[in-house]
Write a protein that binds this ligand. Structure first.
Ligand SMILES: C[C@@]1(CC(=O)O)C2=NC(=C\c3[nH]c(c(CCC(=O)O)c3CC(=O)O)Cc3[nH]c(c(CC(=O)O)c3CCC(=O)O)/C=C3\N/C(=C\2)[C@@H](CCC(=O)O)[C@]3(C)CC(=O)O)/[C@H]1CCC(=O)O
Ligand SMILES: NC(=O)c1ccc[n+]([C@@H]2O[C@H](COP(=O)([O-])OP(=O)(O)OC[C@H]3O[C@@H](n4cnc5c(N)ncnc54)[C@H](O)[C@@H]3O)[C@@H](O)[C@H]2O)c1
Length: 218
């Protein structure tokens, strides 16, 4: 049964500890750095890519064996060592401390899974296959990236500006919802918004006027 609860966590400036310093750890770390987490890595030996990140001051790196208690104060932990017993111990410690944990290779010990993620400005789409087929999630992510390319960014900004003005000018929540739905369902407008003229104009538009036009049309 698929009982995973999907959420979008704010990890900015939050301590996340990764145990292990191989390729898999590096992959898991990149997702954390994208979210501006404070990443602490504990690994007996780390690969050069992680030394590089440390030199660039993007991660803390402690090149030593894991010690019990190392995960304390973390909001989230990833165990990516090649030592199954250690991974299990880390999962147990996380359960005791109620810290979110991802134990690579062992879904049963994870309290959360990573997903395949597509980000385009404020749009973030995360795909889970409930652990059944990560490669399929990756394929869907690539399809979404093609369907919603970077040309979407000005359209998203337009929607954000419009929503702000709608919240300001329209008192009724039901009418607010109707107008915002009308805009996102206008496929002709969506297509036009991908064009170069719209891209250049979007920040200079008069959004109060834009709202009047939408209200006149509908
Ligand atoms: C999203 C992504 C994030 C990331 O890892 O960065 C991710 N796996 C990715 C890729 C990937 N992982 C693996 C392959 C090799 C092909 C294959 O096995 O299919 C490929 C494909 C590739 O690399 O191309 C091997 C693998 N993965 C897991 C196991 C253990 C097991 O299944 O028992 C094994 C070893 C199996 C074995 O014994 O061989 C388990 C998990 N992998 C998950 C996430 C979680 C469930 C996600 C979901 O619900 O879909 C979960 C449960 C836990 C977790 O790790 O969080 C990333 C997508 C990349 C992207 O989007 O770019
Ligand atoms: N590489 C892959 O494509 C792949 C795919 C699926 C699953 N996995 C599994 O994921 C795990 C990690 O993969 P990897 O390729 O990054 O492995 P790896 O062997 O390159 O890295 C393991 C890391 O764990 C560290 N480590 C081991 N014991 C430690 C301890 N006591 N304290 C601190 N650090 C310790 C090592 O120093 C090393 O940095 C492995 O169990 C592997 O079987 C790997």
């Amino acid at each position: 049964m698929n009982t995973l609860f999907p959420i979008f966590l704010k990890l900015n400036n939050q301590l996340c500890t990764v145990v292990g310093g191989g390729q898999i750890a590096a992959r898991k770390i990149s997702g954390l750095l994208e979210c501006q987490a404070v990443v602490r890595v504990i690994a007996s030996a780390a690969i050069p890519a992680l030394h590089q990140l440390h030199q660039e001051q993007k991660i803390e790196l402690h090149e030593r064996a894991y010690q019990p208690g190392d995960i304390q104060d973390s909001v989230l932990v990833v165990a990516a060592t090649n030592d199954d017993k250690l991974n299990t111990r880390i999962a147990q410690e996380c359960a005791q401390e109620r810290i979110l944990c991802n134990i690579v290779d062992t879904p049963d010990l994870c309290s959360f899974y990573y997903g395949s993620v597509y980000t385009c400005g404020d749009l973030k789409i995360a795909i889970s296959t409930n652990g059944a087929a990560p490669a399929f999630g990756k394929k869907i992510q690539a399809e979404l990236a093609e369907r919603y390319p970077e040309t979407l960014l000005p359209y998203m900004r337009y929607l954000q500006h419009m929503r702000a003005i709608v919240k300001e000018k329209i008192a009724s929540p039901a009418q607010r919802q109707k107008i915002l739905e009308t805009i996102v369902h206008d496929t002709e407008f969506f297509a036009r918004a991908q064009g170069p003229e719209f891209q250049d104009a979007v920040d200079a538009l008069d959004y109060a006027k834009e709202l009047e036009t939408w209200l006149e049309i509908h």
